[in-house]
Design a protein around this ligand. Structure first.
Ligand SMILES: [Cu+2]
Length: 147
């Protein structure tokens, strides 16, 4: 009898547990994952390149148009002088993209590029998605940034 009741209690609990975890993992979750990688220097998904990004002015302000620099090296750590770099992104918790269309506007030499037109119009967790089309092939990376 005791076992039967316990099992029934467990079964009843399952739908609740499932919906609770579905909500916490959902699109509109307000919780930023604890293990979110905030490093701004990382290997691309297929390890073809290492990318380092940084805002030109470290104090990024809400709603203000600003620029970033991007450093690009190949697998052997050699600077990549020429690449097509596509930039997109958005807020994964809100389901929207970037409010602007940032682009590489200058090659700065030694594998460095200038990205202009960045703007974050909300506080929270932003993803910056880059697709790099360079001499080693095409690869992608997503950086996380919390404003
Ligand atoms: Cu948002």
């Amino acid at each position: 009898m005791q076992t039967h009741l316990t099992r029934r209690g467990l079964l009843l609990g399952i739908p609740f547990a499932l919906s609770a975890s579905a909500l916490s993992a959902g699109l509109f979750s307000q919780t930023i994952p604890d293990d979110l990688d905030l490093a701004l220097r990382r290997s691309t998904d297929a390890s073809l390149y290492t990318v380092e990004i940084a805002p030109v002015d470290p104090s990024v302000r809400l709603g203000k148009m600003h620029a970033w620099t991007l450093g690009l090296t190949d697998k052997r750590g050699r600077p990549v002088e020429s690449a097509r770099i596509a930039i997109s992104g958005g807020m994964p918790q809100h389901g929207h993209g970037l409010p602007t269309a940032p682009a590489v506007t200058q090659t700065l030499g030694e594998g460095r590029f200038l990205i202009e037109g960045m703007k974050f119009n909300m506080r929270g967790w932003w993803e910056i998605d880059l697709t790099i089309d360079g001499p080693s092939g095409t690869d992608a990376i997503t950086f996380n940034f919390i404003l």
